[in-house]
Write a protein that binds this ligand. Structure first.
Ligand code: TA6
Length: 297
């Protein structure tokens, strides 16, 4: 009797390029190796876990203490936060799709040699108990010398619905105190560390303490300047009006069982979102796509 893993490899495997194994029982992961890059994507949550362009150091960060268990979010990579970003009383933080198994709908090697995976999830009794709408959600991941994630929400119901959402990207950096984020100068933001107080950014974002900000009404690229590592990362975006910048720093890190002591110094999140006041309304039969394009400069 073929296992789900056998079926994935038989149906979607690409010899020498794409194979599937399990990060833990019931957690299938796609492993991609091409001349352009290597990457891994968990089918739970359609979560890109790793991406490393050839000749570069890893770009996405995953905690050494990450928990790989069915139904638990993995600390790192690019969690998909949907159909809400943040906390909703009595409901899972950041929505419910990041801990659900998505279907693999397609896998191909495109003309430029990029691997393109299509993963999807739809509504069911469990999702309706949390959010009573009919939907189809599809993530297309394009792995090459850049990494592109395109998250398309389709409203398959008869009523309009409103979502907030994020591609919650965890990035590697050499030393957070020597890392800055450019592209958000003069943007307004809600500072979660100050109970969502409205603030305005002046110059580049720097890091000296817990940083947790929703920058609103911005379509700009973010440029992450890893001065100590001599590398810049660019996140360009489409269909996104918000950018979240987060580093837990010491105290918050201590509260997280899936972060090891001191790891905060080598990571940050720059998230491609529609969050806070930038909710997206999707009419019945309508669709919306959120895109993040990550590159090394
Ligand atoms: O995106 C920043 C944030 O909302 C932080 O406030 C922190 O909660 C982070 O997300 C991680 O959330 P998680 O539920 O994955 O631990």
């Amino acid at each position: 009797m073929p296992t789900p893993l056998d079926t994935l490899n038989a149906s979607f495997g690409l010899p020498g390029t794409l194979h599937f194994d399990e990060a833990a029982p019931g957690l299938p992961v796609a492993h991609i190796t091409t001349p352009l890059a290597s990457a891994s994507i968990a089918l739970q949550g359609a979560q890109v876990l790793t991406w490393q362009p050839t000749g570069q150091q890893p770009v996405l960060w995953v905690s050494k203490a990450a928990i790989f268990e069915e139904g638990k979010p993995v600390r790192g990579g690019v969690p998909v936060c949907w159909p809400w970003f943040g906390a909703v009383p009595g409901k899972p933080m950041h929505g419910f799709v990041r801990t659900r198994l998505w279907q693999l709908r397609g896998a191909e090697l495109d003309a430029p040699g990029q691997v393109v995976l299509r993963l999807g999830i739809g509504d069911d009794v469990a999702t309706h108990s949390l959010w009573d709408h009919a939907f189809d959600l599809e993530l297309t991941v394009t792995v090459g010398s850049t990494l592109t994630l395109a998250l398309t929400t389709r409203n398959t119901g008869t009523q309009a619905f409103e979502i907030t959402q994020a591609l919650h990207t965890y990035l590697c950096t050499t030393e957070i105190t020597q890392t800055t984020v450019q592209g958000l100068d003069a943007c307004h933001y809600l500072d979660k560390v100050q109970d969502f107080a409205p603030c305005q950014q002046s110059g580049a974002v720097t890091f000296q303490s817990e940083t947790d900000r929703i920058y609103t009404d911005t379509t700009a690229d973010s440029l992450i300047v890893d001065a100590a590592g001599g590398r810049n990362l660019r996140i360009a975006k489409q269909g996104s009006a918000s950018t979240v910048v987060w580093n837990p720093w010491t105290d918050k890190e201590k509260t997280m069982a899936d972060m090891a002591c001191g790891e905060y110094r080598q990571m940050l999140c720059v998230e491609t979102c529609n969050a806070g006041p930038d909710a997206v309304s999707i009419p019945a039969g309508g669709a919306h796509t959120l895109v993040a394009i990550i590159s090394v400069e």
